[in-house]
Design a protein around this ligand. Structure first.
Ligand SMILES: [Zn+2]
Length: 148
């Protein structure tokens, strides 16, 4: 996965969910196909912490089931950083069990939120380009139609 396509509405909802959770970390799942997101699942951070997160396993199990039923995959897992940069922490790296999923980190440390996506495999962190929500017009129509 080299790019991640997030429709503007879902991108906005992700940022809003992170802001609502602030100063605690917020988290969620982005579902879709391949590298295209078509659905957001806002999750509860059961660690209820300003410096770490954990998805509710029971809810995650339900979401995984629903995604499979709808022929979708867990394309990305997102969470917020309240006071640090949009980069995986050592803990984020050690707990990145889903190698097929992207990890998105939304930093709320600055005035404007910064969202970045990464693949984390065997401790190796690589950035994945998020296609800017406002730049969708730069992409071919065929890409856009499959977003609907
Ligand atoms: Zn983190």
């Amino acid at each position: 996965m080299h790019t991640l396509i997030i429709p503007p509405q879902i991108f906005k909802e992700m940022i809003a969910h992170c802001r609502e959770g602030y100063p605690k970390e917020a988290c969620g799942i982005l579902a879709g196909k391949g590298n295209m997101i078509s659905r957001i699942y806002k999750m509860v951070n059961i660690e209820d912490s300003t410096v770490s997160y954990m998805l509710d396993p029971q809810r995650q199990f339900e979401v995984m089931k629903e995604m499979r039923k709808n022929n979708m995959e867990m394309v990305a897992i997102f969470h917020s950083h309240s006071s640090s940069a949009a980069y995986p922490s050592a803990k984020d790296v050690s707990l990145a069990f889903y190698e097929g999923s992207a990890y998105i980190i939304v930093s709320l440390a600055e005035k404007e939120p910064v969202a970045k996506a990464f693949s984390i495999r065997e401790g190796e962190v690589k950035e994945i380009k998020i296609i800017e929500p406002n730049n969708l017009s730069n992409y071919p129509k065929s890409t856009l139609s499959s977003l609907k």
